[in-house]
Design a protein around this ligand. Structure first.
Ligand SMILES: Nc1nc2c(ncn2[C@@H]2O[C@H](COP(=O)(O)OP(=O)(O)OP(=O)(O)O)[C@@H](O)[C@H]2O)c(=O)[nH]1
Ligand SMILES: [Mg+2]
Length: 426
């Protein structure tokens, strides 16, 4: 049958082959489609992954940006604070020009200068006018434009002592000037410039030794600043101004009214607290224990995650020992409750008290473990020079200075600006 039907068989086989071929082609086609679908699916997955990745990058960038903003807020130190209600721009006069030049000399660009800074510098210069009058004006009269002589150094010595600059600082300055005079001829103008540098170096030394140029609350910790000093020097007022400065610089701030000695102290603090929108933790009961107020304030500060706790203390205790005992009790409480808190003990000194203030600083420094000084009432005193004595003789970094009773009349201490204001006539 095979032979007879060979043609038929061949045809059948050909058909079968064609059918198989067709099937194979179909299968191939199917595989191709499947392959295409697979590729498509893979591409879709890839696309989805890419979208996800992009979103993730965007999210990360957003987080980074937010962190940067947070960081900026923390970086904003007290010296650059500008208040919501800026000071009025005064006349374009000598005062404005001088203030702007002092800022420019520190590298500020025209568009970076604020009315608040000009206002403060003008106030500082005006405040130091009395000190300057009995010092620089006379010095300039004596020096004239002539080169310095050994006699003019004697005059300078007397003037520095009279401005309450203190013996140590005066000797330092006069010695370096004498040394310079032995080596070369020093003109009047050059003498003033040299004097400014010497005075600034004296004030800067304890600041440099402290390791930080400016005092600001450290991030991520509770900072506790104890405001200490004798009766009436301006502790409460200074604390009020500090609360304002700090809250305007976006630090979460709290006040502890630990002066339980004077009945009106809490009320006085509350007024400052209202002005700066900072809460005051107090204990109204009579003869409350200052350490107990600090205890409550620390609890509140921890609960609120505060950056800075400002503690007002009494200056009116009968004996110095009482005062010191109280301060050490307060410190113990802080150490116990927040061992990693950063404690600053800031001594407030009234510049108008001159050498008396210096004596207080020395006696406090011995027993109160101070970390810095705040000089107040630099407006209208003839004893502004005492700031130098505090640096040279008590070795305390000056952290803030106050020149007026207003809320904005306190600034971080800047030695360059201070010396320029002190010797502003040239
Ligand atoms: N002119 C001027 N007056 C100031 C300055 N700082 C404070 N005062 C004034 O000094 C006086 C005493 O200020 P307080 O802040 O009450 O002083 P204190 O050290 O807290 O006083 P006690 O709590 O009684 O020890 C007030 O009349 C303040 O207005 C300042 O920088 N310049
Ligand atoms: Mg007070």
């Amino acid at each position: 049958m095979i032979n007879n039907d060979s043609d038929t068989s061949r045809e059948w086989a050909a058909q079968a082959y064609a059918l198989l071929k067709q099937k194979q082609a179909l299968k191939k086609e199917e595989e191709k489609i499947k392959e295409k679908e697979k590729i498509k699916e893979e591409e879709q997955i890839k696309e989805k992954e890419q979208i996800k990745e992009k979103e993730q990058i965007k999210e990360e960038e957003q987080i980074k940006e937010e962190e940067q903003i947070k960081e900026e807020v923390y970086k904003k130190d007290f010296s650059n604070v500008t208040y919501e209600t800026a000071a009025n721009l005064g006349e374009f006069d000598d005062e404005f020009t001088w203030s702007a030049m002092v800022l420019a000399a520190q590298g500020k660009k025209i568009n970076e200068i604020s009315t608040d800074e000009i206002d403060w510098l003008s106030k500082l210069r005006r405040g130091l006018e009395e000190t300057r009058k009995g010092f620089v004006t006379e010095l300039l009269d004596k020096l004239g434009d002539d080169p310095l002589t050994p006699e003019s150094l004697d005059d300078l010595e007397t003037l520095l002592i009279r401005a309450d600059v203190g013996m140590d600082s005066t000797n330092k300055v006069i010695d370096s000037l004498r040394k310079k005079l032995n080596e070369e001829v020093v003109g009047g103008e050059e003498g003033i410039k040299f004097l400014k540098n010497e005075l600034q170096a004296i004030i800067e030394e304890p600041i440099k030794n402290s390791g930080s140029n400016i005092l600001v609350p450290k991030k991520g910790k509770l900072n506790v600043w104890l405001i200490v000093g004798v009766n009436g020097v301006g502790k409460t007022t200074t604390l009020g101004k500090l609360a304002y400065l700090s809250s305007k610089s976006n630090y979460k701030t709290l006040i502890a009214a630990a002066d339980t000695f004077r009945a009106a102290a809490v009320e006085q603090l509350k007024v400052w607290g209202d002005r700066s929108q900072v809460d005051v933790i107090s204990n109204q009961s009579k003869n409350a224990d200052p350490a107990a107020v600090v205890f409550d304030a620390i609890n509140a500060a921890k609960k609120r995650n505060s950056d800075l706790l400002l503690v007002d203390t009494a200056g009116r205790l009968q004996t110095k020992n009482n005062l010191m005992d109280e301060l050490s009790k307060i410190k113990k409480i802080i150490d116990k409750k927040v061992p990693d808190a950063i404690i600053e003990s800031l001594l407030v000194l009234d510049a108008s008290q001159g050498q008396n203030g210096l004596k207080q600083a020395k006696s406090f420094a011995k027993s109160a473990n101070l970390s810095g000084a705040i000089i107040t009432k630099l407006d209208g005193t003839s004893r502004g020079g005492v700031s130098l004595a505090v640096s040279a003789e008590v070795n305390l970094p000056i952290r803030f200075i106050g020149a007026g009773e207003g809320i904005k009349d306190l600034r971080p201490f800047n030695s360059f600006e201070f010396v320029e204001a002190l010797l502003a006539d040239r």
